[in-house]
Ligand binder design. Structure first.
Ligand code: IPE
Ligand code: IPE
Ligand code: MG
Length: 256
């Protein structure tokens, strides 16, 4: 059994509430189009759905919520949409950070920071510092994030350690690579949700999703509220996670 599929993962399965939920919030553009509104109206409505799910997770006692807000491929969108999205991220961050802090939420941003505007970088740093000692929900926002970028940056940093003589290639194993990846200090995602009807991972958490339960729904992200989330949680609760074991082994370890 590797460090990633531990006894605590197995014990957790029996509690049937995911510790870590990772979500691709997709379908904002189509939500707006259906209402003859500009795509940006869908993104604004998407922020409301995000707030609702954050509140729900904080109340329910879920430990970590990781949200895909902007992928490393989303720069390919029309320039106007990209800049409106960046503005929306900045204004939402400014508007919500105090409320998040008051609710004991710890905010973390993952992704390649280099492409952010100085204003956004500064606001992110401030928000992370303000909330760093909070002990409630860990809210991870993936911005300019890509699973391939994550694996590449981890590999580059390991290469630097080897060049400087602090590490030998023989020391590279799964747990070492894992320790250089985003989210390395948090539990593995238990449940992955993608709204908007597409059944793909779109370069989200490639390394971290190895044993995550996948859930896809046609519901467009701005319509994904408590009830839709509860249906996803219910689907998760009815699954048997086996981490390579047999079903019988899992039943025995859960005392069923
Ligand atoms: C997801 O909604 C939000 C972002 C990628 C920022 P989309 O904008 O992809 O919505 P659809 O897929 O076009 O409906
Ligand atoms: C994935 O959605 C990225 C986010 C939700 C932030 P996309 O809408 O960009 O994914 P593709 O391009 O349809 O795969
Ligand atoms: Mg989309």
């Amino acid at each position: 059994m590797s460090t990633i599929e531990t006894q605590s993962d197995i014990a957790r399965t029996s509690l049937r509430l995911p510790r870590h939920v990772a979500i691709i919030m997709d379908g904002n553009g189509r939500w707006a189009k259906k209402r003859f509104m500009p795509r940006f109206a869908g993104h604004k409505a998407g922020v409301e759905a995000l707030k609702c799910i954050v509140r729900y997770c904080a109340n329910k006692g879920i430990d970590v919520l990781t949200m895909f807000a902007f992928s490393s491929e989303n720069w390919r969108r029309p320039q106007e949409e990209v800049s409106l999205l960046m503005d929306l991220l900045l204004t939402s961050l400014k508007r919500e950070v105090k409320k998040l802090h008051d609710n004991n939420v710890k905010l973390r941003i993952i992704g390649d920071h280099h492409a952010f505007s100085p204003k956004l970088s500064e606001k992110i740093k401030e928000a992370e510092q303000l909330t760093q000692d909070n002990t409630g929900l860990v809210l991870v926002m993936a911005i300019n994030y890509g699973g391939r970028w994550d694996i590449t940056q981890a590999t580059r940093r390991i290469g630097q350690q080897i060049e400087s003589g602090d590490l030998s290639s023989a020391q590279i194993d799964e747990s070492l690579l894992h320790s250089y990846m985003a989210l390395h200090d948090l539990p593995e995602p238990d449940l992955f949700i993608r709204t908007g009807g597409e059944q793909r991972v779109s370069n989200f958490l490639l390394w971290q999703l190895a044993y995550t339960e996948l859930y896809f729904t046609d519901t467009l992200w701005p319509n994904f509220k408590e009830q839709a989330f509860e249906i996803a949680l219910d689907s998760f609760a009815r699954r048997q996670r086996r981490f390579g074991h047999t079903g019988e082994q899992m039943e025995r370890s859960q005392g069923a």
